[in-house]
Write a protein that binds this ligand. Structure first.
Ligand code: GTP
Ligand code: SPV
Ligand code: MN
Length: 605
């Protein structure tokens, strides 16, 4: 039975049913009975079924499920992701493009009858708290129970979303997904921004199929934000509560698998805890931001859960994330400890399970496997966990108005050049800093790992339109916010010494950098003006308790701006703007070229 009278929804679902020809259509109302029945169904499937999920040890991991995707389907596929705007120029130089009609002609035969003999699930969901002025509704049709169960964690799913949409509105994002074929050459992740439509086929990996996440909340939403004067960004949102009770909210954009979840949930070092500092998580991956009535920029997290990188997560590195996974979570492509039917991944602890199943399904001696230098969990294995499980979830998590943002941080994985932290001269320079983010690639997308690439605003794979227009939109938002705009910073936790060891301990100790950022926002501390921005004075980074780990010489390296390195950096940025963006159809705002000229002149002084 359909859950809405909205004719726009009904008409579109009818079209999708006619195209995919499922035997049965199930509307997902989000009730516990319905979810429980789907869990029973999906865990009863035969082992070789593509949707198969397993229940984990109910004492240690109550209500938790385990799943493996195909070995060729474990990450986002940027080379098979398309922005199908009407004009090629609309997609711009950072996206693959095909004309909408051409793409539909290519994909329609693949969807034709693809669900014959099987069930189509119709998932209504809200991105953002139900009723929030910043929230938006989506409907995803899929043939995957795994998708339904993940969407149940990651979004506000079920009939409440239709109630929010109302009986007449046409303002919802249409998402079509089928995991029909395992052939990676037939995999397509396609956004039609002008039609609020997403078509995803032949993948079952999170970022490709949980269509509310990257496809909607970043690619489609960034385009909507451009047209409606708001911003959709690949950013965590956190609150730092100071000893006086005041909470400062900060967003941070780091590329995939570069530390957003970790920063969002950080536990302050002992000294800070003793002084009364606390950190609260609002979001770990996506921020939707809009000027509020008081003229400040407000952010909501459109998601309702975390789809986090498992490897590296442990009680020391991220206690809060680990706690999130202890009830009602889904684990994908991690390893199993068969002795007690629990999960394991690299660095969860130092004891790989003896009786293990590694992430592709091979039963093995986990100790021997690891001793051979092989990984038990895929490097991009993930947990899906309800936000409400998070011990440090913000009391404002469901606030429909969002939280006011004081600072925006950009960052990337840079072994060299980029200092630990610096502040932009102003919003325009901050926008330049965002455009200049580059980072070593990670396992979050298919392709080589560890290669330095440009990833503007950590949004390269997610900007749903022309990157030049996206930068112009950033400048316009800054002009609109004026003196109330958040201050913009850049950080780098990943600078290494000659032996390749990280110079900065990172994780909880990143609080020390947040501390400086907040002091800058509040005008409590001076800074050193350098050619690239304002850097901390060494004495203003609090190293109490880590003096041995970070000796003065290391801090000095972390806060160095090497002019020769930076001249190369600027030359590369000019090449990037000219050759990769402008020559390929991106209109770079003159204000950004002016920033480049300004920094270059500073360096040549
Ligand atoms: P997506 O979910 O892909 O968008 O990634 P994310 O930005 O949320 O990344 P996440 O926080 O999951 O971090 C991924 C990797 O970065 C893990 O291997 C972490 O151990 C590592 N990492 C996170 N924070 C730090 C840090 O401060 N220092 C160092 N050295 N590594 C870090
Ligand atoms: C990312 O790759 O940035 C993620 C994971 O957050 S996914 O949802 O797969 O895109
Ligand atoms: Mn992400």
């Amino acid at each position: 039975m359909s859950l809405t009278k909205n004719p726009n929804v009904l008409k579109w679902v009818d079209e999708m049913v006619a195209l995919c020809q499922p035997e049965k259509v199930v509307w997902i109302d989000g009730s516990k009975e319905q979810i429980d029945a789907l869990i029973e169904e999906v865990t009863s499937l035969p082992d070789d079924s593509w949707d198969k999920m397993y229940k984990l040890n109910p004492e240690k991991y109550p209500n938790c499920l385990y799943h493996r995707t195909r070995a060729n389907d474990v990450a986002r596929v940027e080379d098979r992701t398309f922005i199908c705007s009407k004009e090629k120029k609309g997609a711009g130089p950072t996206n693959n493009w095909m004309a909408p009609d051409e793409m539909k002609a290519l994909l329609t035969p693949m969807y034709n009858g693809v669900m014959k003999g099987r069930t189509m699930y119709v998932i209504p969901y809200s991105m953002g708290p139900i009723g929030s002025p910043l929230a938006k509704v989506g409907v995803e049709v899929t043939d995957s129970i795994y998708v339904v169960l993940n969407m149940n964690i990651m979004t506000r799913m079920g009939k409440q979303a239709f109630e929010n949409l109302g009986d007449t509105s046409d303002d919802f994002v249409r998402g079509l997904h089928s995991k029909a074929d395992v052939d990676p050459e037939k995999r397509y992740i396609v956004q039609f921004p002008e039609e609020n439509t997403i078509w995803s086929i032949n993948s079952a990996y999170g970022g490709n199929v949980l269509l509310g996440k990257k496809c909607f909340a970043l690619r489609i939403a960034s385009f909507q934000g451009k047209n409606e004067a708001w911003m959709a960004e690949h950013m965590l949102i956190l609150g730092v509560k100071k000893p006086n009770g005041d909470v400062k909210y900060i967003t941070a954009a780091f590329p995939s698998a570069c530390g957003k979840t970790n920063l969002a949930m950080l536990i302050p070092p002992e000294g800070y805890k003793k002084d009364g500092y606390e950190v609260f998580t609002v979001g770990d991956d996506i921020a939707w931001m809009k000027p509020g009535k008081d003229g400040r920029l407000y952010a909501i997290n459109p998601e309702n859960g975390f789809f986090g990188v498992a490897p590296g997560t442990n009680a020391k590195s991220n206690y809060n994330a680990l706690a999130c996974t202890k009830n009602g979570a889904i684990f994908t492509n991690v390893a199993l400890d068969n002795s007690d039917n629990t999960v394991w991944w690299e660095k969860l602890n130092e004891n790989p399970p003896k009786d293990a199943t590694e992430w592709t399904g091979i039963k093995c001696d986990g100790e021997a496997w690891v001793a051979e230098g092989k990984k038990l969990a895929h490097p991009n294995s993930r947990f899906t966990a309800p936000a409400q499980n998070c011990p440090c979830i913000s009391p404002e998590f469901n606030n429909p108005e969002g939280v006011p943002i004081s600072a925006i941080i950009f960052g990337g994985r840079r072994a060299t050049t980029a200092p630990l932290v610096y502040q932009s001269f102003d919003w325009t320079h901050g926008t330049y800093l965002g455009s200049a983010v580059s980072s070593e690639t990670t396992a979050a997308a298919t392709g080589a790992v560890g290669v330095l690439r440009h990833d503007p605003m950590a949004m390269k794979p997610f900007i749903g339109y022309n990157v030049g227009d996206y930068w112009a939109h950033w400048l316009e938002m800054g002009a609109r916010l004026g003196s109330k705009a958040p201050k913009i910073f850049n950080v780098n936790w990943f600078r290494t010494d000659e032996e390749g060891n990280f110079l900065w301990p990172g994780f909880g100790d990143n609080m020390r950098v947040l501390d400086w950022i907040i002091k800058r926002v509040e005008g409590e501390v001076d800074a050193v003006e350098t050619p690239i921005g304002f850097l901390p004075k060494a004495e203003d980074i609090n190293l109490k308790g880590i003096e041995d780990e970070v000796p003065a010489s290391a801090l000095q390296k972390l806060l160095t701006v090497d002019k020769e390195e930076w001249k190369k950096e600027i030359a590369e940025m000019r090449r990037y703007y000219d050759e990769d963006i402008k020559a390929k159809g991106g209109n770079i705002p003159q204000a950004l070229y002016d920033e480049l000229d300004m920094i270059e002149a500073n360096l040549n002084k």
